[in-house]
Ligand binder design. Sequence first.
Ligand SMILES: *Cc1c(COP(=O)(O)O)cnc(C)c1O
Length: 445
Amino acid sequence: MNHERSRDLYDRALSVLPGGVNSSVRATQPYPPFVARGDGAHVVDADGNRYLDYVMGYGPLLYGHDAPEPVQSAVQKFASEGPMYGMPTEVEVEHAEFVARHVPSVEMIRFVNSGTEATVSAVRLARGYTGRDKIVVMQGGYHGAQESTLVAGGPENPRPSTPGIPPEFAKHTLPIPFNDPAAAEAVFEEHGDDIAAVLVEPILANKGIVMPVDGYHQRLRELCDDHGSLLVFDEVITGFRVGGLGCAQSTFGVTPDVTTFGKIIGGGFPVGAIGGKAEIIERFTPAGDVFQSGTFSGHPVTMAAGHEYLKFAAENDVYEHVNRLGRRLREGVEDLLEDRAPEYTVVGTDSMFKTVFTRDAPGSFEDHCEGGCRQRDSCPRFDACPKTGADVAAAETGRWERIFWQEMKAQGVLLTANQFESQFVSYAHTDEDIEETLEAYKTAL
Ligand SMILES: *Cc1c(COP(=O)(O)O)cnc(C)c1O
């Protein structure tokens, strides 16, 4: 493969864009493939190389790079007729009605422009609604680039995880390990009356994909109920990906008070949203007193794309297709690992997948959770399957990034470049693509 044009473009980019990119994860080594165009499940780079793509925009592209026809025509119509007004439109009402009809926790919704903006607004809303300051987050959880959640350490010593955030801000955030009910109980015991919300991804999806252990979310629900705190599910990545149109909350049977959305809900355009019980969401201005506003919020092109995206999924075999291929891929990788690297762990659910390069696990796959770790406690591999963000971080991250990812790319398969980010199967992927991908895994593992 020739990469001259990507290299030259990166050279230029480094002079005018910090790190040569507009979002940190994109700066892959030695230089990222600059994309010229997408084509179904593939992307073509500036040098004409064609890759099977599992990055899928880091989550939004449920259909791959060719949106269904109704999405494309809606986008064109709304882009050419507007593209935006700063006044309400019918399409945002339709999109809100659709989401409220399908997602258990949502009666009302406010649309914004990114997942980050959604979590920022959700935290402000929870604080305004409860009159309390503290929020509980999961270590290794990700809620976008925002002040209240870029916090490391534990409940006793929270500290900003990046320069630029005053330590005083971090004091109001209490990070605990995911999947550890005792740690959640302890933090409520100590701070219960001051906790506005628990903010949790139903599945840790930005740290290797970690499924919840049995009963974990139910316990968080009880603790929030007992202490008058809000349970906020960050479904920016799992929303309309895991659990189909009901989202991950329908899979786990736990209804949060507030849900944040992003990615798929905008049909490939910039989006975020905060949904939940009307009584809570109506605290946003102008219905209530918690300030929230945005020039581009409810952008007609985004609303039209998102609405047609979800409608198409409701009327076609979309989730059946992507979930079947996701499972086939995860099972296929497990078969390869059994011979080649039984210490590694396949994680993921529905159309999400990743292989975590864990350092030890039983040599056998007998009686294991097939098609990705389910945290079934009778599984012989249960103890080795990552439970927390720290477990994923302890894996062979360097090997993934420096060797494995590069080899997959050389074979024409684009995965996410670090050990932490999930990968996605789209509606454009085929059984043949999965076969080809497994062949590449066979060579690279
Ligand atoms: C992607 C993501 C975000 C941030 O969304 P942006 O649109 O990138 O700001 C927040 N939370 C979760 C769970 C995400 O996956």
